[in-house]
Design a protein around this ligand. Sequence first.
Ligand SMILES: CC(C)(COP(=O)(O)OP(=O)(O)OC[C@H]1O[C@@H](n2cnc3c(N)ncnc32)[C@H](O)[C@@H]1OP(=O)(O)O)[C@@H](O)C(=O)NCCC(=O)NCCS
Length: 183
Amino acid sequence: MKPAFDKVETPRLVLRRLEPEDLDALVAYRNDPEVARFQSWTDYDAQRGMQLIDSMRERQPGEPGWFQFAIALKATNALIGDCALRVDADDPRLGEIGFTLSREHQGQGLGTEAVKALLGYLFGTLSLHRVFAVTDAKNTAAAMLLERLGMRREGHFLENIFFKGAWGDEFHYALLAREWSSR
Ligand SMILES: CC(C)(COP(=O)(O)OP(=O)(O)OC[C@H]1O[C@@H](n2cnc3c(N)ncnc32)[C@H](O)[C@@H]1OP(=O)(O)O)[C@@H](O)C(=O)NCCC(=O)NCCS
């Protein structure tokens, strides 16, 4: 049995549980069309935000399904984004990640810092074997972030998703635990 998730710290950030006090910040950045451009949602409202926060209260990362981590500034505890893990229901050693940062906090290396800490936690504490991520092929910032952390582009799928009114291409990235530890 893994210990209950508390937090993961980096020089500037803390990955922690979402709290009800995060609601306004969460809705503000998720409702930003630039931030939502390559994400599944549009018109993110407070009801949806509260549902997400509530649904994470009893969950632990590593349980089948998604776990959403808050990304907060260490200095103020203010929410600036979120990242997530979904483990495979049939084999919890396989995980998928996702990540989002508010527009005003992008371009400062904070996304890379958060996802690096997330991967460290997944391969370390949770002992995952393989982590993958899916990005829209036009989402250059996300693809660069994953490549900066050593993730391997394993596939470019052509028009494999009908997304926000048009067919889109996706990149699939992955990293194995042994690749992470030999970086
Ligand atoms: C993808 C996303 C998380 C990237 O966040 P980010 O914080 O801007 O990304 P990074 O942390 O990697 O920032 C890197 C940039 O900051 C710059 N930077 C500034 N200070 C830095 C520092 N101290 N360390 C590292 N990079 C730094 C880098 O040079 C780099 O710029 P470049 O890409 O022009 O070369 C962000 O764009 C986002 O939330 N997008 C919307 C949601 C989304 O699409 N998510 C992905 C779904 S798959």
